[in-house]
Design a protein around this ligand. Sequence first.
Ligand code: AMP
Ligand code: MG
Length: 410
Amino acid sequence: MDDYDPESLPVDIALKKILGDIRPIESSETVNVRNALGRVLAGNIISNINVPSGTNSAMDGYAVFSSDLPAEGFRDLRIAGTAFAGRPYKEKLSPGECVRIMTGAIMPDGTDTVVIQEHAERSGNGIKIGTDTKAGANVRPAGEDIAAGDTILEKGKRLVPADIGLIASLGIGEVNVTRKLRVAFFSTGDELRSIGDVLEDGQIFDSNRYTLHGMLSRLGVDIIDMGVIRDVRTDLQSGFEKASMLADVLITTGGVSVGEADYVKEILENVGTVNFWKVAMKPGRPLAYGKIKDTCFFGLPGNPVSVMVTFYQFVQPALRYLMGENLTEPVIIKVLCKSGLKKRQGRVEYQRGILERDPSGQLIVHKTGLQGSGILRSMAQANCFIILPMESGNVEPDTLVDVQPFFGLV
Ligand code: AMP
Ligand code: MG
């Protein structure tokens, strides 16, 4: 029971405390619409055109005056010309005349109804129409899709490819987005070596900086990689001070537990303010949050899986919020779990899962094997977290569990 700790903060409270302490950045910049993918809108996008721009035909048929529609029986109309999409008919029409019209073509002046070709009997240069068409039928009014003045996308939207196309469809070439967030990070630990070094006993390659680099790249921030800092107080302190001058956010990994060489808390107290928490979660129990001057600080645990879980659950929403994004609730779905899961009560566990369909088409999840917080392979194999709530104990196979798909971030 060494993991149970009544003083640990619940996950949702910890996130609320973080979000309550930060303010979205206010400065923005104008970028070409093509380069706006993944950026966050700094203001609403308002259309200054109608889409469609002119009233046009929804069908292939004949554009007519509704006053020419017969109340009973039939009526003969003369075909004055043809209107194509992109090639309008521009002559003046008189009552008793109609225009052969294609889908998408602008309605000729005065006409307001399209008789579809199946309802018109053609003979030579004329048509005979009956009573099957209502006045105004088969016409798309200008601005039906988007009216000039409409807000199309709201401030705080992170732009996806559909948004980029939508903005282009309005003829808008430049958009105002929040400026990029500058995020610095470094790893701490005497045991860490760089790629290319030869490992001696007890040494490991630094992987946290690489996973962080990957996740931060996906979030579209400016990345400042400060390397590895040894467990030496003065070195760590100057790392913190340097980051506070360079970056909006500093993320460190390791050194936040209560071991002999865990100095992060002590140093943060010297150079800034610290909220040092144990969060009732696994992996990732120790988590430091604080400020060094105006720079937000996240002290993540050292274990590679803990880094990814705490990043996903806390740092990600915080960075999005700082970037000005309107946060939405994470997507969590109930899925049948085919594995038995070991779980202790009193903390939320984020076990790594594989979400897939069984042969009958039903969505199922199973765990990725060993769940130790140092086993990074479990993250590489997974495509989702299986989230087991505080009160849950062991889970029997074939139980419904909460699943949070990764959606590409990790
Ligand atoms: P710490 O919180 O510093 O005690 O680290 C917890 C565990 O994570 C230890 O086994 C460390 O060796 C390991 N660890 C810390 N930093 C890294 C890193 N950057 N890459 C890989 N493993 C790490
Ligand atoms: Mg350490």
